[in-house]
Design a protein around this ligand. Structure first.
Ligand code: FHN
Length: 472
């Protein structure tokens, strides 16, 4: 028997009450409806038709993105931090671009792969901490068009392929720069690059904001900007306010996220978590509180590396990745799943296999994930819940995702006592027993399915004398 942990249950009981009140047709405000589905009114208010609100709702519906860490570092096959970790000075590191020629890069194939995984967006590194730009920038020659024999802009090709195939494209951009001379005073990393101990920070801010402008102006409609590296120099004046304003002006439907590992700043549209699910901090990055105000996203490596690492074969299984996706969905977050392409432009076979495996699972079960919000039952030791809001006055549907393979009995909140609970796709209701104020759901072995036993919970039909669950 599994019992929800008290701390996780606390604060969510009202959500259960509100959610169930909604099921019983009780008139409640749009804000409360939002909370009932576990979201804030700001992110779910259907009445808000501004491009930003529409984009946020789209983002919450999308659930899965493909993250791409690709740069000249892939040539060394030791991940994207190799310049810093191996203390490679700029003079040495800049010998890489003249040998970078990813002739097998096929933007269309990448986008189709993302689609086959069930991803609805791609987030790609346009500049990582090494400062090398994977897009055509007029503000530097240290970019793929000017400094490599390849001489083409893969970000343009990817943007075109994304537009053609209905996938949104987000740009990762590292604020931290281990090469730029004006990144001064320096931050915590990039100390061995061999730069002179001087520089003009204001010029660096102009440079990075100029590149953000290029990214917003030259690639058609984009999904948003995904910043990283602020944590290297948190006391510096980054003028993030000006940067975010610029993005929202140039691309009103673009979302801004910043992986700064602290509470969201004004102007940000979603909160990012790294290598961890919101509310957990096992990776040490996510000390910030989970905000109720913004959509959430958690990014995850498939093995232990972001950039291509030739010796890292610690790949997660498809089951582990699906569990991460559901763990995120059950906490109201998207999963941004990483691949690290090789220097020739191909995506490692291990990653392709896993993406396709996740896609197969989503093909069969996606309706319990896409367009849902976190459900009324907080994540617990048997799994998570998601919920789909009913359309046109219909009652919402609750999906229980039982991730614990051998769960023979699970505990549900008492409000579920009269629910009809059936395994997805099977017309046989499961037995619910009320014991000592708690509802136990019996899960026989033949009702369980590998990876995730999905149960569809439907409320009893409303009757004239139905008593709504009191709101707390
Ligand atoms: O240092 C980076 C790292 O290389 C990678 O890009 C990840 C992705 O979330 N973010 C940074 C660490 O927070």
């Amino acid at each position: 028997m599994s019992t929800p942990r008290r701390d996780e249950t606390r604060g969510r009981r009202s959500a259960v009450g509100l959610f169930l009140a909604l099921l019983f047709g009780l008139a409640i405000s749009p804000a409360a409806r939002g909370q009932a589905a576990g979201e804030s009114s700001r992110t779910t208010d259907q009445g808000d038709r501004t491009p930003n609100a529409i984009a946020r709702r789209w983002f919450q519906d999308a659930k899965l993105g493909m993250f791409v860490h690709w740069g000249v570092y892939s040539l060394l096959g030791k991940g994207e931090w190799v310049m810093n970790n191996d203390k490679i000075p700029i003079a040495e590191y800049q010998k890489l671009p003249p040998t970078f020629n990813p002739t097998k890069f096929d933007a269309e194939a990448w986008v189709k792969l993302a689609k086959s995984a069930g991803a609805r967006y791609i987030t790609i590194t346009t500049k990582h901490h090494d400062g090398f730009c994977m897009f055509d920038s007029k503000l530097t020659d240290y970019d793929i068009v000017d400094a490599t024999p390849y001489g083409k802009d893969p970000i343009k090709a990817l943007a075109d392929a994304c537009h053609k195939n209905g996938i949104k494209l987000f740009f990762y951009y590292s604020l931290l720069d281990w090469r730029h001379p004006d990144y001064y005073p320096r931050g915590k990393t990039g100390q061995h690059a061999g730069r002179e101990e001087k520089g003009d920070w204001k010029k660096y801010v102009e440079y990075y904001q100029g590149q953000v402008r290029e990214l917003c102006a030259n690639y058609g409609e984009i999904g948003g900007l995904w910043f990283d590296g602020w944590w290297d120099n948190p006391d510096a004046d980054w003028d993030l306010e000006g940067t975010y304003k610029l993005i929202h002006e140039l691309q009103p439907g673009a979302l801004v996220g910043n992986n700064h590992h602290v509470a969201p700043f004004p102007g940000e549209d979603f909160q990012i978590f790294e290598q961890d699910l919101p509310g957990k901090n096992s990776a040490g990055f996510n000390k910030a509180e989970v905000t109720a105000e913004l959509p959430l996203e958690t990014c995850l490596t498939m093995n232990r590396s972001w950039g291509y690492n030739a010796t890292d074969d610690a790949f997660k299984s498809v089951e582990e990745i699906v569990h991460a996706l559901l763990g995120a969905a059950g906490r109201g977050a998207n999963l941004l799943l990483n691949v690290g392409p090789k220097p020739d432009g191909t995506i490692p076979a291990e990653s392709v296999e896993r993406l396709q495996g996740v896609g197969r699972w989503l093909e069969a079960n996606g309706k319990t994930v896409y367009e849902t919000r976190r459900g009324p039952i907080p994540p617990t030791d048997w799994g998570v819940s998601t919920a789909r809001e009913g359309r046109g006055g219909e009652a919402p549907t609750v999906y229980l995702h039982v991730l614990k393979a051998d769960a023979a009995e699970i505990e549900l909140p008492e409000e579920f006592a009269k629910f009809l609970v059936m395994p997805l796709g099977k017309p046989s209701p499961l037995k619910l027993e009320t014991k000592a104020g708690a509802v136990q759901l019996v899960l026989p072995a033949d009702a369980r399915t590998p990876v995730d036993t999905i149960l569809v919970a439907t409320p009893p039909a409303p009757t004239d004398d139905a008593v709504p669950v009191p709101l707390e």
